[in-house]
Write a protein that binds this ligand. Structure first.
Ligand code: SAH
Ligand code: MG
Length: 194
């Protein structure tokens, strides 16, 4: 029998960036309160957030995309261990290679931070008019807000710049209105304008 705690332990040991506890609670509350049934997730990792979402209700369906083979294999193993094969479908691919016809109640973006604008632009057509796009890691471990930029590596500075660009993109978006929450690692909820 696999438990959520086993997944959390594995993520910690293997440095897999699964959602932080208060972030995941926020996401699960949002799903319950808004009666969300169909979810598209970009960035499965080992399946932790997909499993948490699917466990909320038998009639929730999650489609989730992961490009890393080791994590994908771990994810399908975990989904099966939780008996959730009928609720979660894991796609092994780079998200940019995936074409989906379905429209979802929720799109959850939790993948490569440098590409958030591209994920948003690509998958917004897969969102129902009443739906929401939720983005994780907008605070990027507090670094986005930190203007002092202590001794950050070039790579990290680059990611912080990318996240800032994404936040600006959301703030200036004419099609969507975004609310930002300082929960977990920073979460944005984007709703289509009428
Ligand atoms: N949502 C997960 C954590 C995802 S971590 C949870 O909370 O449990 C981010 C994952 O996105 C990584 O495993 C990474 O391999 C994957 N990823 C990054 N860019 C991607 C892309 N372009 N297509 C598919 N997966 C991607
Ligand atoms: Mg994340």
């Amino acid at each position: 029998m696999v438990h959520l705690l086993d997944l959390e332990k594995y993520a910690k040991e293997e440095n897999v960036p699964i959602m932080l506890p208060d972030g995941i609670e926020f996401l699960l509350d949002y799903i319950k309160q808004n009666n969300i049934k169909t979810i598209l997730e970009i960035g499965t990792a080992i399946g932790y957030s997909s499993i948490r979402m699917a466990l909320l209700s038998k009639d929730i369906k999650v489609t989730t995309i992961e490009r890393d083979s080791k994590r994908y294999n771990e994810a399908i193993k975990n989904v099966s261990a939780f008996g959730l094969d009928d609720q979660i479908s894991v796609i092994y691919s780079d998200a940019f290679e995936v074409e989906l016809a379905e429209k979802y109640d929720l799109i959850f973006i939790d993948a490569a931070k440098s590409q958030y604008i591209k994920f948003f632009e690509k998958f917004k057509v897969n969102l129902k008019d009443s739906g929401a796009i939720i983005s994780d890691n907008l605070a990027f471990h507090g670094l986005v807000e930190n203007k002092e930029n202590i001794e950050l590596s070039r790579n990290v500075r680059g990611l912080v710049r990318k996240i800032n660009e994404y936040v600006d993109f959301l703030k200036n978006n004419k099609e969507f209105t975004t609310t930002f929450y300082s929960i977990g690692d920073g979460i944005g909820v984007s709703i289509k304008n009428d």
